[in-house]
Write a protein that binds this ligand. Sequence first.
Ligand code: PNS
Length: 163
Amino acid sequence: MKVVCPGSFDPVTNGHLDVVARAARLFDQVVVAVVHNPSKHGFLPVADRLDLLRECLPADLLDAGRVEVDEVPGGLLVDYCARVGAVAVVKGVRGATDIDYEQPMAQMNRHLSGLETVYLPGDPSWLHVSSSLVREVARLGGEVSALVPAPVLARLDAAFGSP
Ligand code: PNS
């Protein structure tokens, strides 16, 4: 079975990588799909987010075609999932705030096409990690090296300077 892990991935964090790796243990194929969310002010260009994902996801899973990286070119996520043959969306949830955010989208996707959403509980190591907090802390000179993979750290250092 194929599933889609959608998100902004602006940038990818260790929390995202954990969710994708765990999804790949449950499902045959995982498409990590970068969606440009117009309600969010973007930090990295989508092309850079895709490159970083390809650099940071496990090479064995990418090489085997078990995990792939793609861009959702616009339109509804349910239409994208139908096009790529995905049976469900997989989302990591760090707590009640994430569930409150995800739930209307999950219900709307079921309403639109019957597309299911599978929630994976966030790993305790990464419950405080979000792309937006990582960007803010890095911008203000804080230490984020334990929260993101090395290529992302290099990109943040290039954007904001090392602490
Ligand atoms: O990482 P994010 O930005 O919180 O992810 C939200 C995302 C991209 C999954 C959501 O905005 C989405 O599914 N967008 C695609 C457009 C769409 O289908 N909108 C209606 C969903 S109910």
